[in-house]
Design a protein around this ligand. Structure first.
Ligand code: GLU
Length: 469
């Protein structure tokens, strides 16, 4: 039973790297009958924005991964952090440091000149028998935690394997600033403990924070969670994923016409696999996902694959669902009597919901102009006579023409009797009905529009001579 969390900092929108971390955490919690918790890491007041919090929560709602507890906000937990800082001070595991900014800068400059890694030198660290400098009056102290001076800080990472850091790589870092605001590594460790998180999945950009957090866990006597530090998602060139490559706001994928199923399926495969299986329903993800099988190397973003997955899900979700999704794009077809036929036809060739909307509107909206190239190629001298005869056939059989095969039943004999080639009839019909030559099967379009509307559009095209001068 794993209790996992996702802990975004609302300094920007949720991007897909974050969503993948959240997905893996969610899957692992659910698979083990545990809990998935959301925590908003909003202690950095200068960089946080409420809009970003809203956008993050909206993204979670869109993909359908709710938190199992009420969402925790670090900005509302300052009393809790203070309590633990006071506890460490009382127990002598943390101390006040009055080093001024200038002194700290000098120390750093000296260390850098000596080619040493900058680190706090322990001036204010209390030790038995050590006399501390006199307390300056004009300085509000920071609070530093006593990090171990020697030995190793070690943990077994579920992806990276056994990790061992020399303790002296971690100095007595600040856990509360002079204004009392606690620092990042301190609050993460406190929160993960108090929220009962026992498995932490996060990006390996956080790997260097982990030894510091372990110092906090140890100082507070908290149990250290199991860590999984996941490799990054790169662009196809192996570089850091940029906005242009797809590292954009998760909600941008919605606006571009992706289904959340496709995005989650795409993300689950970015860094994890189950043989060569590509399509995973949520149930399958839940059955098969195991963080111990996350790849050790970085994965690479593949926009075509996401598009391919999206077209798969567009074909496979219910029409009712598509109708609902299309409403977001202001495409309302729920009241159309042939909506099922319309969707069955159009979803076959749509990679995104926007493409689906476009091909639906291509059929439903009366053309406002006729494709010039198509007109030049397919509208010949005898075309109008041919269309007029075809209109007559439609009128004569109007009562019996409902489904595509009905229309095929009268159209094929017409083609044979008049010794036509299919495009000779079909392309002028397509141009009349949709304005262009790219539309799907003529029988389907006519069935969807109905005979009355079909005749009307044919007659309009004829009367306008297809826009020819
Ligand atoms: N708030 C951190 C971030 O957005 C994540 C912290 C963590 O996962 O430990 O990168």
């Amino acid at each position: 039973m794993a209790i996992t969390r996702f802990a975004p900092s609302p300094t920007g929108y949720l991007h897909i790297g974050g969503l993948r971390t959240a997905l893996y955490s969610y899957l692992w919690a659910k698979k083990t009958n545990g809990e998935f918790k959301l925590r908003i890491e909003d202690t950095d007041q200068a960089r946080n924005s409420e809009d970003a919090v809203k956008a993050i929560l909206e993204a979670f709602q869109w993909v359908g991964m709710p938190s199992d507890c009420s969402i925790e906000y670090q900005s509302k937990r300052f009393d809790i952090y203070k309590k633990y800082i006071d506890k460490l001070l009382e127990e002598g595991k943390a101390y006040r440091c009055y080093m001024s900014k200038d002194e700290l800068a000098q120390l750093r400059a000296k260390q850098e000149a000596n080619k040493q890694t900058p680190r706090y030198d322990g001036t204010w660290r209390p030790e038995d028998g050590k006399t501390l400098p006199p307390i300056p009056k004009d300085i509000d102290p920071v609070i530093r935690i006593k990090a171990p001076l020697e030995g190793k800080i070690e943990f077994d990472d579920g992806i990276k394997g056994f990790m061992s850091f020399d303790a002296n790589q971690v100095d007595d870092f600040i856990i509360a600033r002079s204004n009392g605001v606690p620092t990042y590594n301190f609050v993460v460790a406190v929160d993960d403990s108090l929220m009962g998180i026992d498995e932490v999945l996060r990006g390996d950009d956080h790997l260097t924070n982990t030894p510091k957090q372990i110092v906090v866990y140890n100082a507070l006597g908290f149990k250290i969670p199991k860590f999984y530090h996941m490799p990054m998602i790169n662009n196809p060139q192996g570089k850091k994923l940029s906005k242009r490559d797809g590292a954009m706001d998760v909600m941008e994928y919605k606006r571009l016409g992706y289904l959340p199923e496709a995005l989650l399926n795409f993300l689950v495969r970015l860094g994890w696999s189950n043989g060569d299986q590509e399509i995973f329903s949520m149930d399958e993800m839940l059955e098969l996902f195991d963080p111990n099988n996350i790849n050790k190397s970085a994965s690479s973003y593949n926009a075509e694959k996401l598009l391919w997955l999206n077209s798969h899900y567009i074909k496979n979700v219910t029409n009712q669902r598509l109708i609902k999704e299309l409403e977001y794009f202001d495409c309302k077809i729920d009241g159309h009597d042939k909506k099922e036929m319309l969707l069955d036809l159009c979803k076959e060739r749509a990679n995104t919901l926007i493409e689906l909307k476009t091909s639906i509107e291509n059929i439903l909206l009366t053309p406002t102009s006729y494709d010039k190239k198509g007109v030049k190629k397919f509208i010949k001298e005898n075309t109008i006579d041919m269309l007029n005869s075809y209109i007559q056939i439609l009128k004569d059989n109007q009562q019996n023409l409902h489904i595509p095969t009905d229309i095929e039943g009268v159209t094929k004999p017409f083609i044979q009797e008049n010794e036509l080639k299919f495009p000779q009839l079909f392309q002028p019909i397509r141009i009349s009905l949709t304005g262009g030559t790219q539309a799907p099967s003529v029988y389907d379009i006519i069935a969807i529009l109905g005979i009355e509307e079909t005749i009307k559009r044919l007659e309009v095209a004829i009367s306008q001579n297809f826009g020819k001068e």
